[in-house]
Design a protein around this ligand. Sequence first.
Ligand code: PMP
Length: 420
Amino acid sequence: MKTPALWSAQAHMPSIIDRQIRVVSAQGAYLTTDKGSRLFDGTSSLWYSNIGHGREEMAQVAYEQMRTLDAYHVFGRYTNDRAVELSEKLVDIAPMDNAKVILNSGGSDAIDVALKLARRYWNHIGRKTKTVIISREHSYHGLHAYGTSVAGLDFNREGYGTDSLVSGTERVEKHSTTAFAEAIERIGAENIAAYIAEPILGTGGVHPPQEGYFEEIQKMCRDNEILFIADEVITGFGRTGSMFASTRYGLQPDIVTFAKGVTSGYAALGGIFVAPRLWQPFFERNANAPIYRHGTTYSGHPVTAALALKNLEILEQESLIERSAHLEQVLSNSLSEIESHELVASTRVGGLLGAIELRDIAQAEVITDQLLDLGFISRPLRGNSVQISPPFISTDQEVRSLVEAVRYLLDDIQPARIRA
Ligand code: PMP
């Protein structure tokens, strides 16, 4: 039997081989497939097509940058105009004062660089036992070695012969400050480097923070000298109606990871913001200052940086973050109408991120497949939930229609259930 050359990501290959969806083009909030279907991008691809697809001005920026400087690295003494400009811009909008920026190629990269830096920092200041990383159940932090090891979705951590690829990781219940306190007690603050959390837990089912949760967690981090890392790979750059969710939820992180929305997906870029107390030792004008031995070939890539700068300019010029805040309200109103449906267990919304959690009889995977026939892309998330996270350029009606399409499909299941 012929099998495809491309080994798809996170896929049960035998199940998808005969039903792959081949996307050939995209414009605005819509994709076109090789079969000629036009589909509404109800998830912004993997939570990132915030400014929408197919922007001419983005293509133009990439073209012009390639003609000036196609690529050059930022190792050692080398830097380039776009990497410098982007870093200055990012520091301006960062959810912390006086930040530094490390650039790389995506969210998983950002997680590796953040967690390595947390350990490296404590090691440098002589607190060598502070190495354990605490994360939350149902969290997702990408799939490089650190992300795999801290994953709160167990299936992402299984099958590597050991419990985790990177040693010294622990998970705590996602909304429990008591669980965090117990973990600190059990492990010992002197052994803990950092706590990492998505401000809104994304792939784990879209769970916004509960009132007061992060406030208390941050206090415990401060009291126990544990670094607080906000993983804003999904929430950064306007997804929650402010530039960063850290601002919206009053977080004061020591490190923030970002990716996706920094370029709206037009190029592969991720990175981290680092707070002064962490970067200062590495910048001291002193021969004994340590080196953070991390870097990847495409860190500070000029074409990628030029695209990020243009993306940030578009967000501002078209007031798309305000638009995202507005669409959150539209989504929230639509979800409240479907919430009482017999087959809906609950709905959740935080920023322009929503989930419809279904009761057992209605399967999120089946609904997601059927939505395609109605022209909408969605995605099943953990906990039998349907993901809704459209581009910021979507119309109010498009957002409402997606929720209405889910209702239409649930209405169809309902009579069958009553007959049974
Ligand atoms: N952190 C979070 C919160 C994410 O949602 C993701 C990707 N969905 C990542 C990290 C990893 O990013 P990437 O896939 O770009 O490596």
